[in-house]
Design a protein around this ligand. Structure first.
Ligand code: SF4
Length: 457
């Protein structure tokens, strides 16, 4: 290997100015990574193939499509392990110095650094070698493995449908099961290298934040790799069936986060929400002005109705924290009957990108579908308010209830904004307010301009 390989490189970020090339990512429409179990005769063990131009043939600074297909065989391998092994692609490729892998499935985003390229990381076959060695080493039930990288657009298009069909088949399998049907949930600590206090709790009705691991995947992973990052969590007592609070989950969270997180509500974005690492597929964000939630997915390139793009809200949400009203979610969780159930579910959703809303049509209650605004209906929060009033959206009932509360009872406090850990710079010190709730009569924001010569203090 021309570059170093090890856990120490996980979490390495490659900025635009430092990248040699980018593969996948927001500017590429079709990209995927997929693991498939095959018959032994269908696999040339150890083979690594690049279909399309390799790194050495790519122009510096360019953006290229990417597909990663890992095919495995072994007598103990079953289809239900594919999703779990697929998630290891993210982990193991990030071990490679100067190779950054983000996200999962149809959303992968890779960058190779200039430094690593100069050191000799000029072929994807190096990355394929790392994948093969680590997967075989960590999961001895893999007897044969071959890896194919696609960088040719046509070749990716030909495989894309198989990848999307595989993801859908995995997700659909878990849809019939409810949280009440099982005694054990699963936890995943794979993202602790990025977000040390984060553990995903994977239940039949709350898919992992990254959208890559279902309850079935969790069960299979814990079985084949009992010392691995995915582990069983006994439910224990159900403290609150609406919020989804269980003693077993709380105990596990306390232990795995070393005391940072002690309570988790599975189905709420408030008070003790599930933590958010950085791999979430989307964000449910609270819009206090209308008392409802907006939903935005990672691929949405525009600003949302609150004026913020996905990337800005992702910074406020990620890091393994529990941030009131900013909630990392998977696409599959949007299909769950328990989606934000404690907060009102879809009756509390007020804005979604049009494409996502259409994608979720079958899962949004029919009477609510036309009452949820998209970017085609409104651009600002005040337009959103008018839209919701006009459609008699259920959240408007909350406005009426609030109007009935006399002003002195609210003590003049109109809104609460919570930003988790909220840093303030003052006099050379950084002051961090942890879970502080602050109310103010007025907030004045003024630009700081350098003083002109002769201006007083
Ligand atoms: S997002 Fe959750 S389930 Fe997915 S890899 Fe990270 S910790 Fe595991």
């Amino acid at each position: 290997m021309p570059v170093d390989v090890g856990l120490v490189h996980v979490g390495e970020r490659i900025r635009k100015n430092d990248m040699h090339v980018e593969l996948g990512g927001p500017s590429v429409e079709k990209k995927f990574e997929l693991v498939k179990v095959r018959k032994p005769g269908e696999i040339r063990d150890g083979a690594i193939t690049v279909v399309g131009p390799d790194l050495s043939a790519m122009e510096e600074g360019g953006k290229f499509p990417l597909g990663i297909l890992v095919e495995i065989a072994g007598p103990q391998l079953e289809e239900d392990i594919e999703g779990v092994i697929e998630r290891r692609i993210h982990e193991y490729t990030n071990y490679v110095e100067g190779f950054m892998h983000l996200n999962q499935r149809y959303d992968i985003w890779v960058r190779v650094s200039k430094k690593a390229y100069a050191k000799g990381l000029t072929s994807l076959t190096h990355v394929g070698k790392v994948l093969i060695d680590l997967l075989k080493n960590e999961l001895p039930i893999i007897e044969k493995i071959q890896v194919t990288f696609f960088t040719d657009k046509e070749a990716i298009s030909a495989r894309y449908a198989e990848a999307m069909a595989s993801y859908e088949a995995r997700d659909a399998r878990a849809r019939g099961l409810t949280d009440d049907d099982v005694d054990v949930f699963y936890g995943c600590a794979l993202c602790q290298s990025f977000a040390p206090s984060h553990v995903c709790v994977i239940t039949p009705q709350r898919y992992a934040n990254c959208g890559a691991i279902s309850w079935f995947d969790g069960r299979a992973a814990a079985r084949i790799d009992p010392k691995g990052p995915i582990f069983p969590i006994s439910k224990g007592e159900c403290v609150d069936p609406v919020k989804g609070e269980y003693t077993g989950i709380n105990e596990s969270a306390r232990k795995r986060s070393l005391g940072t997180v002690s309570r988790i509500f599975l189905y709420s974005a408030f008070a003790c929400p599930h933590t958010s690492c950085g791999c979430f597929e989307g964000i449910a964000f609270y819009i206090p002005e209308v008392e409802g939630f907006g939903i935005v997915m990672r691929g949405y390139g525009d600003v949302t109705v609150n004026g913020l793009p996905f990337s800005t809200m992702a910074d406020s949400t990620a890091g393994g924290r529990q941030v009131d009203g900013f909630h990392g979610i998977s696409l599959e969780y949007l299909r769950s009957p328990r989606f934000l159930a404690a907060d009102g579910g879809y009756a509390r959703v007020v804005w979604m990108p049009a494409e996502l809303k259409e994608q979720m049509r079958a899962f949004i209650p029919t009477d609510l579908f036309s009452r949820i605004a998209t970017e085609k209906d409104v651009q600002t929060v005040s337009e959103l308010r008018d839209f919701l009033s006009g459609k008699s959206h259920p959240v408007t009932e909350r406005w009426k209830a609030e109007e009935l509360v006399p002003a002195e009872e609210t003590n003049g406090a109109v809104q609460v904004f919570s930003g988790g850990d909220f840093p303030v710079m003052a006099g050379g010190f950084k002051i961090i307010f942890k879970n502080a709730k602050i109310t103010a009569d007025r907030v004045i924001i003024e630009p700081i301009r350098p003083k002109k010569p002769g201006e007083g203090a």
